[in-house]
Each structure stands twice: as C-alpha cells, then as structure tokens.
Design a protein around this ligand. Structure first.
Ligand code: ATP
Length: 250
C-alpha cells in the first residue's frame, strides 16, 4: 500500500455572511490521496469544489477537521512553516495563470526556486528541464504578454512543477484552453504524474479533463456522493464511462 500524501479528516467549512447568515459548504468530508495518485473533483456549481481545494492546499482554514500532507498537520503550522511548506512541497495551477507581467517566462518559472534561495546554476538547469518537458524552451526570454493563452498556461504549469513538489493542486487547469491545448495540458499532467510520481488533485467541470485522472470524486452539497475509478480502462473508455455516469448523477 502506497503511503498517503494527503489525508483530510471530517472537514467542515462554514461561511458567515456580513448579515450573519451561515452557509455550511463542506460537511464532514474525508478523503485520502495515496502518493502518486491523480484525483479529479467534479460536481455542480456551488457544491464546494473550490472551497475543498483551497482547504486542502493550505490557502484556507476549515472551520473544523484536519488536513495532513506528507504526515504533517498543516492546520497547526506557523505562517512561516506554511509558506515554506507551500514553496517546497506544493505546486498550484490555476485557470488564470497568475504570471507576473514584468518578469520573463524564465523568471516566472524560476519563482518557487528563487523564493527558496536556490543557487542560480541549479535554477537555470531546473527551468530548462521543465521548459523542455512542456515545450516552452523557445519562449524563455519572452514576457507573458507575448504568448498565447495556451502557452501562458504551460508557463504556469512549469512554475508549478519546477521545484518537483510532492503534490500539485489544479483549479480548472484547462479552463481557459481550447480543446487541443486542453488535451496537451492533460497529457503533460499525466506524464509528470507517471514519470515523477507527483500526486495531482484537480478540480474540473470538464469530463474530458477528468478522464485523465485515476479517480474522480463527485461533490454534491459539500459531500462526496460518488466515486468513479478508472481501473484498467483506457482514457477513452473512462471518458465514456464518466459521461454515462454524469447522466445518472445530475
Ligand atoms: N469566500 C467566501 N465567502 C462566502 N461564501 C463563499 C466563499 N467562497 C465560496 N462561497 C460560497 O460557498 C459555496 C460553494 O462555493 P465554491 O466556490 O466552493 O463552489 P464550486 O463547487 O467551486 O462552484 P463553481 O463550480 O461555481 O466554481 C457557494 O455558494 C459560494 O457562494
């Protein structure tokens, strides 16, 4: 049995509006992700997907419950420990690429390593390696504004990968991409998941993107109400299975 990279135990999240009205968004939600697994989270709008991802990825605290990543209790770390942990062990890929316009592609990709004060020669080698993997080496000296949306999203992915984190979180990583670029992005994620054993937890509304995962969790009203596993199905067969199950689900 592979060691879990992430364990979430009985997560609850309640938002309280300015008018004092509570909204209970995550409800006793538990989840375990073994090292090297690729998990997709799907569910209707408002079901709590982004809230769950934010809680799992240390960006937001749950109201109650616990989250362990690599056996560390992330809810009881100091702000400095969390910042270090994020920088070293996690990568984030968002729909909006969050690139810094005044930095070159190379400098954007290097950010997680620069923040960890990695030596320049090591940074250069790591940036080159991940840029080769994502086929963006020729853009390294350009600025984000000079790239297409798909290229920018690959730069965002390269930045998430450059420090070889144990775990990557994606929030609609193909959301801004056309179908060709979405397929390419999912192939890259599959490749790093296979070859480097990096675990991936990704929120998506798109069954095509989800079909690249090995397990899909469906969220309804803050709870996991259905789980589909790919088992030994091909990606295409899993996609058809997901589509048929979605028909039953919604
Ligand atoms: N920061 C916040 N403050 C108050 N309410 C929030 C906040 N973030 C989300 N909510 C509410 O919590 C519920 C779940 O939101 P969340 O964004 O987690 O859902 P989602 O499944 O990701 O939705 P979508 O697919 O539309 O992005 C929604 O009703 C939303 O309005």
């Amino acid at each position: 049995m592979t060691e879990p990279v992430l364990i979430a135990n009985k997560l609850n999240k309640t938002y309280t509006s300015a008018a004092g009205v509570d909204q209970h968004v995550l409800k006793d939600l538990s989840l375990t992700v073994p090292q090297g697994e690729f998990v997709a989270i799907m569910g209707p709008s408002g079901s709590g997907k982004s809230t769950l991802l934010n809680v799992l990825s240390t960006l937001m605290k749950p109201t109650t419950g616990e989250v362990m990543i690599n056996n560390k209790d992330i809810l009881h770390m100091t702000d400095d420990e969390i910042a270090n942990f994020r920088g070293r062990d996690m990568g984030f890929i968002f729909q909006s690429y969050n690139l810094i316009e005044s930095l070159t592609v190379s400098e954007n990709i290097a950010l997680p390593l620069t923040l960890q004060k990695t030596k320049p020669a090591q940074i250069k080698a790591a940036v080159q390696k991940v840029a080769d993997l994502l086929h963006i080496s020729e853009y390294l000296n350009k600025y984000p504004a000079e790239l297409s949306g798909g290229q920018q999203q690959r730069v965002g992915a390269a930045r998430a990968l450059v420090h070889e984190p144990a775990l990557i979180f994606g929030d609609e990583p193909t959301g801004a991409l056309d179908s060709e670029n979405a397929r390419e992005m999912m192939n890259y994620l599959t490749k790093i998941n296979d070859e480097r054993d990096i675990s991936i937890v990704m929120v998506t509304h798109d069954p095509f993107s989800a079909s690249f995962a090995s397990r899909i969790l469906f969220l309804t009203d803050g709870q996991i109400t259905k789980t589909l596993t790919r088992d030994d199905r091909s990606r295409e067969d899993f996609y058809n299975y997901v589509l048929s199950e979605l028909g039953n689900f919604e």
